[in-house]
Ligand binder design. Structure first.
Ligand code: CFM
Length: 472
């Protein structure tokens, strides 16, 4: 029976439907874990809220846009500075945080006046910034503040500014995934098509679902520049508000993170007839395949082959050095969802690493279909995993390294298992050829660092082992 009831879940047996162990010879279609469903009471979820999915993941990445959060200060503070998405204009998006700082009296008497004042204050304070996202949060949605009306009034009073409203309070869905969806659909319906781009190349595309984590977008941009492809809009890594209004003019939508941003690609296809091409940007084999697919679309295959050859000449030797030292290592991936299916086969093919357990916070059925198809037998696939389950799974699969966030990462460190930041990266970027060498290096440093083994030595009963011995 491939669905697994863990010992720690015996009091919440519904969790069995969310944990799958792939077995050779099974028809995996019969055993997809339940996902994108409400967290079961009694399980301590690692998920984020729907507001967070809109603000922290997508909107907050933009480099020229004020992110006004209409709610108590915590909603703003807790979605600020927890993700690493630099920009080429001095990281405006990460330097500041904006909030209407709602207090009890504003909840009682309504917060629209306060929102209006805060928006005006923010624009006055930063006269060079003319673009803004405004978000509702649980309390301001519950009291019914009309943020659209406030935004409209201010746009009439200040004709040089443009404001986009996101009505996705934390409770709007079962996880951050809902926030991605609401923002995608709101943007295409309200803002795409309201501005025309300057076209500079005969080949144009939008790059969708990449958030410039530690410079991913900027690294991949070197490739598109070399291929002579103009990226009209980056959704949303290192992106600008106005570029995103021009998405309707691209010839092709290239999608990396299908989970967070597939919705807008589908709508661009439906409303403007722009084809969607899904790629994986992590790993040598996948990046080569991505470049080949994009170049085939534009009929510039020769340029693609040249780029692939150049990048391999530069980076393949380094990758192989790490592969030699990493092959046979066991890895767990506990992130949002897509990185499970982006990574499981790329680390296997390019680094000889076996992924033994994967947990997704908010992946949908299609994410599990992809990850189970690409993953190995003997691997655990978990939806919305919790701390106790992680401990039990670790006991079963004994990974050498875990790719996860700092919150869970700090926890596993106490078990003397190294972690690499699978969300914000340790020392990224990780996409593309150079990026995957960075990922391999961080994994190597984690797996072979003797520190955690030294820390595991109980010096009351055993002398501290020599450095070389500990590294064994
Ligand atoms: Fe897409 Fe992302 Fe991810 Fe995501 Fe995320 Fe993320 Fe993630 Mo953290 S957009 S779904 S909501 S690839 S923040 S940059 S790493 S959980 S797997």
């Amino acid at each position: 029976m491939p669905m697994v009831l863990l010992e720690c879940d015996k009091d919440i047996p519904e969790r069995e439907k969310h944990i799958y162990l792939k077995v050779d010879g099974e028809d995996t279609r019969d055993f997809l874990p339940v996902s994108n469903a409400q967290t079961i009471p009694g399980t301590l979820s690692e998920r984020g809220c729907a507001f967070c999915g809109a603000k922290l993941v997508i909107g907050g990445v933009l480099k020229d846009t004020i992110q006004m959060i209409h709610g108590p200060i915590g909603c703003a503070y807790d979605t600020w500075h927890t993700k690493r998405y630099p920009t080429d204009n001095g990281h405006f998006n990460m330097k500041y945080v904006w909030s209407t700082d709602m207090k009890e009296s504003h909840i009682v008497f309504g917060g629209e006046k306060r929102l209006e004042k805060s928006i005006n204050e923010a624009f006055d304070e930063m006269p060079e910034i003319k673009r803004m996202f405004v978000y509702t949060t649980c309390p301001t949605a519950l009291i019914g503040d009309d943020i659209k009306a406030v935004a409209k009034k201010i746009m009439q009073e200040r004709p040089d500014v443009d404001i986009f409203t996101v009505e996705c309070p934390g409770f709007a869905g079962v996880s951050q995934s809902k926030g991605h969806h609401v923002l995608n659909i709101g943007w295409i319906n309200e803002k795409v098509g309201t501005l025309e781009p300057t076209i500079t190349s005969e080949y144009t595309m939008n790059f969708i679902g990449d958030f410039n984590i530690q410079g991913d977008t900027q690294l991949l941009n070197q490739y598109w520049d070399k291929l002579g492809i103009q990226v009209i809009a980056h959704f949303t890594g290192n992106g600008t508000y106005d570029d995103l209004r021009c998405m309707h003019r691209a010839q092709l939508n290239v999608v990396n993170c299908a989970r967070s941003s597939g919705y807008i690609a589908n709508e661009l296809k439906k409303q403007y007839g722009i084809p969607r091409l899904d790629i994986d940007s992590w790993g040598f084999s996948y990046m080569e395949e991505a470049i080949r697919k994009i170049c085939a679309f534009f009929g510039i295959e020769d340029r693609g082959e040249k780029l692939i050859a150049e990048e391999n000449a530069k980076w393949k030797g380094k990758l192989d050095w790490y592969k030699e030292r990493l092959k046979g290592s066991k890895m767990a991936i506990w992130t949002g969802g897509p990185r499970l299916w982006h990574w499981t086969k790329s680390v296997e093919d390019d680094l000889g690493v076996q992924v033994v357990a994967m947990s997704s916070k908010f992946g949908h059925q299609e994410d599990f279909e992809k990850v189970i198809a690409r993953g190995q037998a003997g691997t655990y696939y978990i939806d919305d995993g919790n701390e106790l389950e992680f401990f039990e799974i670790i006991d079963r699969v004994r990974p050498d390294v875990i790719f996860t966030g700092p919150r869970v990462g700090e926890l596993v460190k106490k078990l003397h298992i190294p972690y690499v930041n699978g969300h914000g990266y340790h020392n990224g970027p990780y996409m593309g050829f150079e990026g995957f060498v960075n990922l391999a290096r961080d994994m190597y440093n984690a797996v072979h660092n003797p520190l955690l083994k030294l820390a595991a030595t109980d010096i009351r009963v055993k002398e501290v082992v020599a450095y070389s011995e500990a590294a064994e």
